[in-house]
Write a protein that binds this ligand. Structure first.
Ligand code: CA
Length: 224
């Protein structure tokens, strides 16, 4: 899962990027409103953490512009304590949730994770598909109760496939959601990683859809 952190205070931005990276996300950073507006329009983020007081364009305007352009990225807004009008403006501009400063960094991670889960239609924190269970907050995977050890990149790919289970995802979709913008994007690497995930899971759940990509589905269900 890929998140955009929009925050102009360097220390706070760094702490957020570190916390999200630690939690298994790909975290990218924008330090001003114009840059955030641009990145949100061109990059397929799974969620955005948006500070409101920003250089060049305030957060509420960024949010309103995204919504006007039909960009429905899930957004968690960072607001200052006691700034109710600001909070209200962020909600009417299309914010999905908010965290009041000062906050525990982990609270932002938890809220983003919950927001992504709700947006993708998952009711509980743990994601289950057939014999596979994935706990995003622990980064743990089991198959029929047996723990499976995946590398960070394998885990990111499985996380993405589980959130889109039953749907075809292209190699490019996977690359977009598990690698940072500037990283080398080689779709052969995705094939290799998918192969490893299949072997480690030991159950046939990730189908190759010729010419289009992959689809994760519970075993025993005929693809539609
Ligand atoms: Ca600020």
């Amino acid at each position: 899962m890929k998140v955009l952190i929009v925050e102009d205070e360097p220390a706070l931005a760094r702490a957020l990027v570190d916390a999200f990276t630690e939690a298994g996300f790909v975290a990218e950073h924008a330090a001003d409103g114009e840059e955030a507006l641009h990145l949100g329009a061109i990059e397929p983020y799974d969620a955005v953490v948006l500070d409101l007081g920003l250089p060049s364009m305030d957060g509420v305007t960024v949010l309103r512009r995204w919504r006007e352009a039909g960009i429905d990225l899930p957004v968690v807004v960072l607001t200052a304590r006691g700034r109710w009008p600001e909070k209200l403006a962020a909600f009417s501009a299309g914010g999905d949730d908010y965290v009041t400063k000062p906050f525990e960094i982990q609270e932002v991670v938890v809220r983003v994770r919950a927001l992504i889960r709700r947006t993708s239609g998952n009711a509980s924190d743990e994601i289950a598909c057939g014999p596979v269970r994935f706990d995003p907050s622990r980064g743990s995977v089991t198959v029929d109760g047996r723990p499976v050890r995946l590398t960070a990149h394998e885990l990111k790919i499985l996380d993405y496939l589980l959130h889109r289970r039953g749907r075809i995802v292209s190699r490019l979709d996977i690359i977009d959601h598990v690698y940072e913008r500037d990283q080398d994007r080689d779709s052969n690497v995705i094939d290799v990683l998918i192969g490893r995930i299949r072997r480690k899971l030991g159950v046939n759940m990730i189908a190759t859809v010729r010419g289009r990509g992959y689809r994760l589905e519970a075993p025993g269900r005929a693809p539609s």
